[in-house]
Design a protein around this ligand. Structure first.
Ligand SMILES: [Zn+2]
Length: 371
């Protein structure tokens, strides 16, 4: 131990790397009253709202996020403010605005950029990279939140997909795609896609193709099991029915991916810090990954890797985050129970450090201890 090292007595517990959440939107606005309020925010309100979300994300033990569609470039300002120490928040890797086709998934909102044709998609990729995007997000199929589409709707042509992926790769950026149906995923993986979001409707064949190609899956299982959250936000019945109705197939797809050996990564889609059934959306997602994946060989230890070292590797940041080791950033969380026995132990999280600085300590925070 170095002579100038500081000893911190945490009173026992289990120390693990700060969590990485690879599917977040700090400016998310789902259909419904709460989403309409966010959608109507001007740039100042939006920046403050996102800064507040970033701080709450960090306090929830998530020390790194990958934003996969944020409104109006506010994510770049947020990332800069966090790096400058002006706002407390996680380390941010961001895609900027997501690319979609006219009328496609997420269209009509400032968190997407509508493109049509290969040239237009190339321009879309370059425009986000020019603003500082660390990766590229593209919507290649329909989704749950779009009233005029189905999850199974393919939305990009092969030449558009190829344009996005090859341009991003030329500029050293990975591409992740909002994608539901197996047929659309198969086309995108063949063209070099790096990651699939949701993957609601996989088949064993396409899961095997993903595993062979090294394409990761961020299953976002909470998206189809969050009725209470939708009620809280005033999400309309048509969307709730579509979301909750996809739960079984979603879980089956996830298990196919595990059985095929696909790298799965933690991502909540919903705000990482949001209260979900007595814990954060991030921890709830991890619990779903462990419980729903258990019949397909998922263990608590592997689930923890999906929340730490595996996403760090996807981001190309494993030399800095995702492990507890000398020379890495001291991004750490402390829990009271053994998370390798049951990931629900993360519900006992009571201390968070980012970059060597303690940002949460419930033992000295009387407001938290009193709860
Ligand atoms: Zn999303």
């Amino acid at each position: 131990m170095p002579a100038d090292a500081v000893r911190v007595d945490l009173g026992g517990g289990y120390l693990l790397p700060g969590l990485l959440n690879l599917h977040t939107h700090l400016s998310i606005s789902l259909p419904g009253a709460a989403g309409d309020r966010v959608e109507a925010m001007g740039p100042h309100e939006l920046a403050l709202y996102m800064a507040s979300g970033a701080e709450r994300t960090l306090l929830a033990g998530v020390t790194t996020v990958r934003c996969v569609a944020e409104k109006s470039g506010a994510d770049f300002a947020l990332r800069a403010a966090i790096e400058a120490g002006e706002v407390r928040g996680p380390r941010v890797f961001t895609a900027g605005r997501a690319l979609c086709c006219t009328g496609g998934h997420g269209a009509g909102s400032p968190d997407t950029l509508e493109c049509d044709g290969a040239d237009s998609f190339r321009r879309g990729v370059r425009s986000q990279v020019a603003l500082g995007a660390d990766l590229v997000k593209v919507m290649v199929s329909g989704g749950i939140a779009g009233e005029h589409e189905q999850i199974s709707t393919p939305q990009l042509t092969d030449d558009e997909l190829a344009a996005v992926i090859s341009t991003a790769h030329d500029w050293g950026r990975k591409v992740t795609a909002h994608a539901g149906p197996a047929a659309v995923i198969a086309r995108a993986v063949a063209l070099g896609l790096d990651c699939v979001e949701h993957g609601y409707q996989l088949t064993p064949e396409v899961a095997a193709q993903m595993a062979a190609a090294g394409t990761a899956l961020v299953p976002t299982l909470v998206v189809t099991r969050c009725g209470a959250f939708f009620d809280e936000l005033g999400v309309p019945a048509w969307m709730q029915a579509r979301s909750l109705g996809a739960a079984d197939q979603h879980a089956a797809s996830y298990r196919m991916a595990l059985e095929a050996g696909v790298e799965v990564l933690l991502g909540s889609d919903m705000p990482p810090f949001w209260d979900f059934e007595g814990t954060s959306a991030t921890v709830r997602e991890l619990e779903h990954m462990a419980v729903l994946g258990a019949p397909a060989g998922m263990t608590p230890a592997r689930a923890l890797q999906a929340a730490t070292i595996a996403p760090a590797r996807w981001l190309g940041a494993e030399d800095r985050v995702g492990v507890v080791a000398p020379g890495r950033f001291a991004d750490l969380v402390l829990v009271d129970e053994d998370p390798t026995a049951d990931v629900a132990a993360l519900r006992t999280l009571r201390w968070v450090m980012k970059g060597g600085r303690v940002v949460r300590d419930d033992s000295t925070d009387l407001t938290r201890r009193a709860r």
